[in-house]
Design a protein around this ligand. Structure first.
Ligand code: C2E
Ligand code: CA
Ligand code: CA
Ligand code: CA
Length: 278
C-alpha cells in the first residue's frame, strides 16, 4: 500500500494529520492564552479527616478557551509538556500559588503545587521554587510539591539528589497518584517524602461489596506502611460520607475530594469552610 504523494492519503493518515493540526493550533492558542494571562488557578481544600477543618489547598490550573470553553488540564498540560512552554507555565504556577497562599485572608495557608515531568528534569525547578518563595514571602514549609511515581521512576536525573536539594529548601514533598504508576515500595524508604496521596481509583470502591474489599486492604496497608515510615497520608477523590467514615477509621490523616469541595476560584476558596453550604 504505497502512498501516492500529492494525491490521496489513507483515511487513517488523514485523521492522524487532522489530530496533529488541531494539537498545533491548540498549542499556539495555549501560548497566547498564557501570554495574555488567561490561565488561572483553582483551589481545592485538603481537610483533616476527623474534623473536616482546612489543612491546605491544592492549586489546579484552569484554562477557559474563548470559543472552546473549559479545556481539561490533562489535555493542555500534556500539550505544554511537549516543549519548554511547561517550564514557563510551571514557573508561573509556583509564583502565583505562593503569592495567593501568602496573601490568604486570616494568614498564610499551606499550598500544594503539581510539578510536571519536564519541570522535574529541569535545573530551573529549584530556582523557580526559590524565586516563588522569595517573591511571595511564603514560608517554605507551607509549600508542598506534588510529584508522581512515574516521573521519579523514569527520570534521567539522580532522583534522590534532586529531592534532597528540594528538601534542603525546606519545602514539603508529596507523592501524587500513589498506586497508579511504577509502584515500588522500596523507594518510599529512599526518597525524602513527607506525604503520600492515595489515588482516587483506590478510594472509589471503598464501602462497595465487589472490589471494595480489595481496595480496603490496599488502602489500609498503604496507610500503615506510610505511618511506619513517618509519612502523612492523603486520600484523593473522596466523594461520599461512607468513604470518609472508612478512611477516618483506617487512620488516614487528610482527605480531598468532591465530598468536601470541588476546586474553586480563589474568591470562593478563601472563605470556604466544610459544612458552610455549597
Ligand atoms: P491531580 O494532581 O491528580 O489532581 C486531582 C484531580 O482530581 C483534579 O482534576 C481534581 O479536580 C480532581 N478531583 C478532585 N476531587 C475529586 C473527586 O472527588 N472526584 C473526582 N472524580 N475527581 C476529583 P483536574 O483539576 O482536572 O486536574 C487533572 C490533572 O491535571 C491533575 O491531576 C494534574 O495531574 C494536572 N494538573 C492540574 N493543574 C496542574 C498544574 O498546575 N501543573 C501540572 N504540572 N499539572 C497540573
Ligand atoms: Ca495533584
Ligand atoms: Ca492526584
Ligand atoms: Ca491524577
Amino acid at each position: 500500500q504505497s502512498k501516492q504523494l500529492g494525491q490521496t492519503i489513507s483515511r487513517y493518515d488523514a485523521e492522524e494529520y487532522a489530530v496533529e493540526l488541531t494539537a498545533m493550533t491548540l498549542e499556539a492558542e495555549l501560548r497566547q492564552a498564557f501570554i495574555n494571562r488567561q490561565l488561572v488557578l483553582a483551589f481545592q481544600p485538603l481537610v483533616h479527616a476527623r474534623s473536616g477543618s482546612l489543612k491546605a489547598v491544592e492549586a489546579l490550573l484552569r484554562w477557559t478557551h474563548p470559543q472552546r470553553g473549559a479545556i481539561s488540564p490533562q489535555v493542555f498540560i500534556a500539550l505544554a509538556e511537549q516543549s519548554d512552554l511547561i517550564l514557563d507555565i510551571g514557573g508561573w504556577v509556583l509564583r502565583e500559588a505562593c503569592q495567593q497562599a501568602a496573601a490568604w485572608p486570616g494568614g498564610p495557608v499551606q499550598v500544594s503545587v503539581n510539578v510536571s515531568a519536564r519541570q522535574f528534569e529541569s535545573p530551573r525547578l529549584k530556582e523557580d521554587v526559590l524565586n516563588a518563595l522569595l517573591v511571595s514571602g511564603l514560608p517554605a514549609h507551607l509549600l508542598e510539591l506534588e510529584l508522581t511515581e512515574n516521573m521519579l521512576m523514569t527520570s534521567g536525573r539522580d532522583v534522590v539528589d534532586v529531592l534532597e536539594q528540594l528538601k534542603a529548601l525546606n519545602v514539603r514533598l508529596a507523592l501524587d497518584d500513589f498506586g497508579t504508576g511504577y509502584s515500588s515500595l522500596a523507594y518510599l524508604n529512599r526518597f525524602p517524602l513527607d506525604v503520600l496521596k492515595i489515588d482516587r481509583s483506590f478510594i472509589q470502591g471503598l464501602g462497595l461489596e465487589t472490589y471494595g474489599q480489595k481496595n480496603l486492604a490496599i488502602v489500609r496497608s498503604t496507610i500503615a506502611l506510610a505511618h511506619e515510615l513517618g509519612i502523612e497520608v492523603v486520600a484523593e477523590g473522596v466523594e461520599t460520607g461512607l468513604q470518609r467514615e472508612i478512611l477516618v477509621a483506617l487512620g488516614c490523616d487528610l482527605l480531598q475530594g468532591y465530598f468536601f469541595s470541588a476546586p474553586m476560584p480563589l474568591e470562593k476558596a478563601v472563605t470556604w469552610r466544610f459544612g458552610s453550604g455549597p
